[in-house]
Design a protein around this ligand. Sequence first.
Ligand code: EPU
Length: 302
Amino acid sequence: MHIEDPKIIAALPELSVELRRASSLAELTSLAIGGTTDLLRIRDHESIPGLLSLLDYHGVPHSFLGGGSNLLVGDGELPWIVLQLASPDPDVVLEGNFAQVDAAADLGRMVTYCAKHDLGGMEGLIGVPGTVGGALRMNAGAYGMQIGSYVREVKLYRAANRRLEILRGEQISFEYRHTSFAPDDMMLAVKLELPSKPYKEILQGIRICNEKRRSSQPLGQKSAGCIFKNPPGASAGRMIDELGLKGLSVGDARVSDRHANFFVNAGKASAKDMLALVAGVRERVHRAFHAELEHEVVIWNA
Ligand code: EPU
């Protein structure tokens, strides 16, 4: 979508918002799939209510983009624009056992920065790509931990009230790859409370998680992590593997040979290819195991 209204374009500099024309979602997502649209980069949280009122008033549809590491975007021009936070410097501020982190901060860098200051707990998240905001919204987790356990406060833009709000940890429910945030809430910052641990000990945990991940996941390839959630008590990856579907392809979209719940873009896969592969695998799992796999990856398809 192309922002045409001159009133919107004229208001952007005052709101500290940068317009990037015809941004390629393929370049902004780890799957490297997706068409183009205008992108607005937001530098100041305080300008968000004004910006969104302006967009709503002029009828411009929009979605929020985090790090693009858990997202499958449709081909062609998107019929909505994309909003993304620019990361401030510094994006992590520590005070005792608390870390105040901007949602645009890179998750892995945040984990290592805290580790270097003897704050642990998040070792499992090392190697999970994306931003802190994305991890928060999805309640990212691995190796027995989830980010939600450490959340004490979240600053967000509540589209329903058109306001910036601060929620306490107890007001948010964090479940397996699911949170009580509304789909149009925009994560802005989070306060985490982390256990004290010597750096050396944290580093050991990080090394173990890195090793496990390297041996079981296709890390160097273009993917969006796990495509499906695990059904209660089962493993989507194991079910797909048991059906012998590793290596199954539609165009350049391919079920990873290393981990069957990772679907990789092995070249120039289109969203159409990837969606066909996802639907095909889902159907075969349903027929064989009578299990309805739910998408873990977020799909933006017009
Ligand atoms: N397995 C297979 N074949 C495969 C893949 C897995 O047989 O191709 C088996 C494994 O041998 C193991 C079981 O399935 O016995 C579970 O596999 P794994 O330990 O790799 O974990 P997972 O359940 O597939 C989950 C998360 C990952 C996270 C890992 C490690 C989901 C959907 N996936 O994977 O998260 O990294 O545990 O904690 O919850 C993601 O969210 O994108 C993601 C990759």
